[in-house]
Design a protein around this ligand. Structure first.
Ligand code: ATP
Ligand code: MG
Length: 331
């Protein structure tokens, strides 16, 4: 039997290069080898967008176009919509017995996100409990592997803990302990220098950006703030332009040469950025082309995903029933 993957995205906008490197590339690479489940987390997206349901709804088809564009195969990967799987919410409440308010409060990702969203003084409960809800997403299909970005590390860790506690308490091996798989060791930073590029942070290069938009964004990327003139020696470490070069520029000699000249004050930002734009365009142009194709069959892709959701509903129901059995509440 193939091992299972569960991963997904929040329909809060279009996908960006952080998603590509953090998670999408691994999904495409592993979709044949693993039984792959990709969840569109629309219920989770509502936790901080409950007053904007239209955005969440409309973003679903954008996600589907992005998936198609990067090479996720809708006939091989099982793509489904979270709100179509009621058993997830049931599993959530069973797992919630094993989490504490204090644990969630100390979750580093939650801490950062509460700050980012200005929720520290008044935290919507629906948002606060999302780590447990996400554990229900992962466990409902008994996933073995979770390809995610580094910001999700505490979520997968807390999921593993919940699974162990549940299984130990009822002395049954009902749930599966998943492993995380990170595309990169650090989140892809935003063009504004923020340590994470995010859909909701207004600092992203989207897979759907035109060549002109890409160029404009590349030229607006924050570089070494202390370097005023091209003759000033600059810093490469933590410089977003070079982080992107390391990821997207396959000409390693060119990158090494640019870094050397940058640190010795022998190259201007324009040359560094022009070369970065060219390297990124090589990766992003074919994705953009395939996305045009996807745009034309949006409705068909959505149909397929709704159909797949019905199959996943049965798997999740089975998991919830096994949990009920273990907890002696199944009649
Ligand atoms: P939002 O701002 O709405 O939370 P997001 O950009 O964080 O959006 P998500 O849908 O929350 O995107 O995340 C989907 C997946 O992409 C997750 O696995 C997440 O870890 C990964 N991911 C998101 N941003 C980055 C990034 N900058 N670098 C690497 N991986 C990322
Ligand atoms: Mg996020």
């Amino acid at each position: 039997m193939k091992k299972r993957i569960l991963t997904g995205d929040r329909p809060t906008g279009k996908l960006h290069i952080g998603h590509l490197i953090g998670s999408l590339e691994n999904r495409v690479k592993l979709q044949q080898e693993y039984d792959t489940y990709i969840m569109i987390a629309n219920v989770q997206a509502l936790t901080d967008n409950f007053d904007n349901p239209g955005k969440v709804k409309n973003s679903i088809q954008e996600l589907l176009c992005d998936y198609y564009a990067v090479g996720i195969d809708f006939d091989i990967s099982h793509i489904f919509i979270q709100s179509e799987i009621p058993a997830i919410h049931e599993i959530f409440i069973y797992l919630a017995n094993f989490a504490t308010v204090q644990q969630i409060s100390h979750n580093p990702t939650i801490k950062t996100e509460l700050k980012q969203k200005g929720y520290e003084a008044s935290t919507p409960l629906g948002f606060f409990i999302y780590p447990i809800h996400q554990a229900a997403d992962i466990t409902c299909v008994k996933a073995d592997l979770v390809p995610v970005g580094k910001d999700q590390a505490p979520m997968v860790e807390s999921c593993r803990e919940l699974v162990r506690k549940f299984n130990n308490t009822y002395s049954m091996n009902v749930l599966h302990e998943p492993e995380a798989l990170y595309g990169v060791e650090k989140n892809i930073p935003g063009i504004d220098g923020n340590e994470k590029m995010g859909k909701s942070l207004n600092n992203a290069i989207y897979l759907s950006d035109s060549a002109e938009e890409l160029r404009r964004k590349v030229f607006s990327v924050t570089t070494d703030p202390n370097r005023i003139h091209p003759t000033d020696p600059g810093k490469v470490e933590g410089n977003v332009v070079f982080t992107y070069h390391d990821i997207f520029n396959s000409n390693k000699d060119e990158v090494a040469d640019l870094k050397l000249r940058y640190t010795t004050g022998k190259v201007g930002d324009v040359e560094v950025k022009e070369k970065l734009y060219k390297a990124m365009e090589q990766t992003l142009a074919p994705i953009r082309e395939k996305r045009y194709e996807a745009e034309k069959k949006k409705a068909e892709l959505l149909e397929k995903v709704i159909e797949t959701s019905r199959e996943v509903r049965k798997i999740a129901r089975q998991t919830a029933d096994e949990m009920k059995e273990a907890m002696q509440i199944k009649f």
